[in-house]
Design a protein around this ligand. Structure first.
Ligand code: PMP
Length: 289
């Protein structure tokens, strides 16, 4: 596997960083995951825009312009074998004597990118759907930043694995007398389907603005699928006809069990079937363009 580290391409076995890297010491950095189909990055502009938002969110300068990123990304894709890949892009505040405050003067950020083969979810998973559990969203209040400090997400996602499930759906407590509300999954965005309507939580500081989330809402708008972006109460999650999970590597999956209880019919529903088909068609169209 060939990786990119601080301006150079090299075999992963040769890649080394300092133990004083602020990513290692503090989790002080941001990342992106970009899917690549038939050697072409998918929705690259959206990923580079979100990367800039994340960098702005942690007050770290972007070393490269979008054109420079595009060139590096294309080179990394070319140097790796798989037709379909997912790129992991990681930037930290660099190497400095350990001190919480930013290094002054600033040091050079560490920039790392690797590629792995991407396989879309297998047919049996599309047919059965996946299980999920719910848990209190105990993360910070800047979940819109794609930060590498992922300890809460790691612990929350492990709760799903320990329960034999694929994902943990996160619930924030409501303020005053309001009910709790859903934010997203530990590593995905979540949609609720009720009476033929697709419901999505608003992009705010409490969730990651998913690139796949955007694609799904664009597809819904373009195909006359009734949809609404608004706060979703926890009661609506448990009363859903269907629940959908989206991410760049999982695309769209049906959640058919929640906390051990069937969601709706307990099988992937009509909205899932429609959106999954339209998503595949959209991908094909973009890749051919
Ligand atoms: N929310 C969280 C917390 C995530 O980690 C991810 C990506 N794994 C997503 C949402 C989905 O984002 P995207 O569609 O851009 O992969």
């Amino acid at each position: 596997m060939t990786i990119f580290l601080n301006g150079e391409f090299m075999p992963i076995a040769e890649a080394k960083i300092s133990v004083l890297d602020r990513g290692f010491i503090f989790g002080d950095g941001v990342y992106e995951v970009i899917p690549v189909y038939s050697r072409r990055p998918f929705r690259l502009a959206g990923h580079l825009h979100r990367l800039q938002q994340s960098l702005d969110g942690i007050k770290l300068a972007n070393l490269y312009s979008d054109n420079e990123w595009t060139a590096i990304i294309n080179e990394l894709i070319a140097r790796n074998e798989a037709q379909d890949q997912y790129l992991y892009l990681h930037i930290t505040r660099g190497v400095a004597k350990r001190d919480h405050a930013f290094p002054n003067p600033p040091v050079k950020p560490t920039v790392f990118m690797m590629s792995n083969p991407l396989s879309v979810p297998p047919a049996d998973l599309l047919k059965s759907g996946v299980g999920a559990v719910t848990a209190q969203d105990n993360r910070w209040l800047r979940c819109d930043i794609k930060a590498i400090s992922l300890l809460p997400n790691v612990l929350l996602r492990q709760m799903a694995v320990d329960a034999g499930c694929a994902e943990t759906i996160l619930i924030r407590p409501g303020s005053n007398n309001e009910p709790g509300f859903m934010t997203e999954g530990a590593a995905s965005n979540i949609f609720v389907v009720k009476d033929g309507r697709l419901l999505a939580p608003p992009k705010d500081n409490l969730m990651l603005p998913g690139i796949t989330y955007d694609v799904i809402l664009e597809i819904a708008a373009a195909n006359g699928i009734p949809h609404e972006v608004r706060k979703i109460a926890v009661t609506e999650v448990f009363a859903a006809d269907e629940l959908l999970l989206t991410s760049s590597t999982k695309e769209v999956l049906a959640i058919t069990q929640l906390d051990g209880t069937p969601v709706g019919s307990g099988k992937p529903g009509a909205m899932f079937a429609k959106l999954h088909k339209l998503y595949q068609e959209y991908k094909q169209k973009v890749m051919r363009a």
